[in-house]
Design a protein around this ligand. Structure first.
Ligand code: AMP
Length: 448
């Protein structure tokens, strides 16, 4: 009989789990997330960037106009739905379009230019899940909006590289750069590319056949073997780049040399989004290449206008946190764990439990990370738990200790213990832990 037909019988519960391609960020993962966020925040702030957070959902048009209808992201990968007000909404697949929408909406053009913003947020793409490719992933991004100069592009690349250095993974990546031209020279090049491919469609993969007239530049970085062979033979953009774009690119390379940043020129690098103009760059895994790029970016001088604002040049970069963490694990990089506890408080009897509540607060106010097993009965069970928490010290309070006004301080490693007057125990613990190891909390410091 089916579960439905028998109201007495509980339905067989199927196992609930995270959606395909999405992950829980567990406490151990969060230590890495926190570390990366701190590095990004620190480096971005040093360069005058301020943090922005845009909604996780935007009107679908924000991405259609910005990223482009013909791109894989908009065409195939967006989480789009109609909300109860009959509006088409999309979970953001990338960060830049939302930031530019915000720049226009909040009149940031009136602020001193360029406006430098950074974000650290989750993004969503309905992609085929595989190693390093998920349907929900985190990116940090940095954007300089409002000015054009190759020195700004160099600064963005430098900042991205410095962040990788701080994370201990810069040596794993090679910086690939290209300049895909301005609308003028690129239009001419696109026409030539299409002409080259016409008549060769049957040698292209299905994807590229579809992209040929919509987004021909993407044919250059297709991974399919036949497409790669054709891309080698295709006309090179260098022959079409206008003098202004040539000068811009030459200057960028000069600035990168000045900053001693190594890079490789890759004429086939185009990036997946329509909004790029001029400079494009990616940080490629030295062993796996583009498959495992950690981040990429470029100049998007036409995006603000595409989205309804005044023409405003801009340049930016975004990198994936999960991929960064994957590389940090591979390199055996450890991040400081701030979650380790200092003190476990064990108690027995109602009076002791009451005292413990205050004691726990006093310890925490002083920066000592402390837990108590207030729901556990026996002292044995509590001490077992203290062992599991791997705390260096346990404070023990039973009926006798309450009566005598003391707390027993137990060194867990040595198995030695001694009584300390209740009023002195917090400072005694500070001495044992060391002032420098306390987890000091100052709301002022945490405000931002
Ligand atoms: P993109 O702008 O698409 O090149 O993305 C920039 C970076 O975000 C990539 O280099 C990856 O590190 C990360 N990223 C993009 N898509 C995904 C994904 N589906 N899963 C995990 N990370 C991603």
């Amino acid at each position: 009989m089916s579960d439905e037909g028998n109201p007495q019988q509980a339905p067989t519960a199927h196992k609930l789990q995270t959606p395909i391609g999405m992950h829980d960020i567990l406490p151990d993962d969060h230590e890495f997330f926190t570390f990366i966020k701190k590095v990004v925040r620190h480096r971005a702030r040093q360069c005058g960037f301020r943090r922005i957070t845009t909604p996780i959902l935007e009107a679908t048009e924000v991405f259609q106009r910005g990223i482009g209808d013909a791109t894989d992201i908009v065409d195939k990968e967006m989480y789009t739905f109609t909300d109860k007000g009959d509006r088409s909404m999309t979970l953001k697949p990338e960060g830049t379009a939302g930031v530019v929408r915000s720049y226009i909406e909040h009149g940031m053009k009136e602020l001193p230019q360029p406006v430098q913003l950074y974000y650290i947020e989750p993004h969503f793409r309905y992609d085929k899940p595989q190693k390093g490719r998920y349907r929900q992933f985190w990116q940090f991004g940095i954007e300089i909006i409002g000015e054009t100069d190759p020195a700004l592009d160099a600064q963005i690349i430098d900042l991205a590289n410095r962040i990788n250095e701080d994370l201990g993974i810069a040596h794993l990546f090679q910086i690939q750069i290209n300049n895909i031209g301005c609308p003028k020279c690129r239009t001419k090049y696109k026409e030539e590319l299409v002409n080259f491919y016409i008549g060769k469609e049957r040698s292209l993969c299905e994807n590229c056949q579809d992209r040929l007239h919509k987004n021909p530049l993407r044919l250059l970085d297709c991974k399919a073997e036949d497409c790669r062979i054709l891309a080698e033979l295709a006309p090179k953009f260098e022959q079409y780049r206008c003098p202004t774009c040539v000068e811009f690119h030459t200057k960028l390379k000069g600035y990168l040399d000045e900053l001693k940043i190594e890079y490789v020129e890759n004429p086939k690098l185009v990036r997946g989004l329509d909004y790029y103009t001029g400079t494009v760059f990616e940080f490629w895994d030295k062993t796996e290449g583009a498959q495992n790029a950690i981040g990429g970016g470029g100049r998007y001088d036409g995006l603000t206008e595409l989205m309804g604002g005044q023409p405003t040049p801009a340049v930016g970069y975004a990198a994936g946190l999960e991929r960064i963490i994957g590389h940090m694990h591979k390199e055996g990089i450890k991040v400081p764990s701030k979650d380790d506890l200092h003190i476990f408080v064990a108690q027995l009897g109602d009076d002791a439990k009451k005292k413990c509540l205050t004691l726990l607060n006093q310890l925490r106010e002083r920066g000592i990370k402390a837990v108590g097993a207030l729901g556990k009965g026996s002292m044995k069970a509590q001490m077992r738990l203290a062992d599991k928490f791997k705390v260096p010290y346990t404070l023990i309070m039973g009926i006798t200790e309450v009566r005598e006004g003391v707390v027993i301080v137990r060194n867990m490693q040595k198995g030695q213990q001694r009584p300390v007057p209740f009023d002195e125990v917090v400072e005694e613990v500070v001495k044992l832990i060391g002032e420098e190891n306390l987890d000091k909390y100052s709301p002022g410091e945490l405000l931002y």
